[in-house]
Design a binder for this molecule. Sequence first.
Ligand code: PEP
Ligand code: MN
Length: 357
Amino acid sequence: MSNAEFEALRGQLDDINLKLLDLINERGKLVKEIGKVKEKQGVHRFDPVRERSMLDLILDKNEGPFETSTLQHLFKEIFKAGLELQEDDNRKALLVSRKKKPEDTIVDIKGEKIGDGHTHFVVGPCAVESYEQVSQVAEAIKNKGLKLMRGGAFKPRSSPYDFQGLGLEGLKILKRVADEHDLAVISEIVTPSDLEQAVEYLDVIQIGARNMQNFELLKAAGSIDKPILLKRGLSATISEFINAAEYIMSRGNGNIILCERGIRTYETATRNTLDISAVPILKQETHLPVMVDVTHSTGRRDLLLPTAKAGIAIGADGIMAEVHPDPAVALSDSAQQMDIPTFNDFIDQLRSSMVKA
Ligand code: PEP
Ligand code: MN
């Protein structure tokens, strides 16, 4: 065989490959069409009886040189790829997913743009206790050039005998102090019926860890026009966390900030275990900004600074931490809230470490 003849044979092979390519893709298109019909009818995509009859047809018609078993194996692979194509099509991309929206969502809170690539801080007392207490913290926040203040008015406590928060009175204090210092406020709401009133006082509604799967609250939060800070549940997987955010977004509110606040593990050295790798996973899987709450995850004052550094280093959009003018007398979380000098030092150290990096 001459060289030219050999090259001609190779050329024919290339032509056949291209024909096969066209045919396989054409088959793929048909399979997708069939998948849509099956989805509408609610029938299973995988139909072993139908596969068997397709394989039997190959057995019937095969004239060689390939063995029927070899061909059946090849066709089985093509069937499998077709099934995957149908599944990909039907697996609905979540609204919160990067697949649905590749660009980062930026949540604007009175000009503070969470998710803009800078580190933002949400600080304030665990619970609102008095006007004076909140004012002192607001002053400290302002002095550091920060904008976002937190404070609990409706406190979800493990014991019904512990301080439950000042309720509406607490929201009023937060609003008054925030207005006086030109700050934005974040506070937790635990009941859907309280949301309507809360939006008058708050700039961000927090849904706490214990309510991450309170689906009625999530749906109600999805129907209001206010940013939502959603905390990860105590024992929630990342997928459950993402789906909780989806509940909110599916109702029309896409202004959501996710907050990793530690999960329950067997470890007792910290109050919870800060799942630091959740941050990049959430950033990859969703387009939402992600914060790290260093207070509730660690429950330890000595770990606030290193975990905040870790959060920033791993790509968190913000850090939440609790600050109280006199933590020793705080009505909740007294062991881990920072006093004001400690808070000042905390911010200074983080800022200098960020500059160094
Ligand atoms: C809080 O932030 O006040 C709080 C109660 O946090 P978590 O829901 O994460 O426990
Ligand atoms: Mn607290």
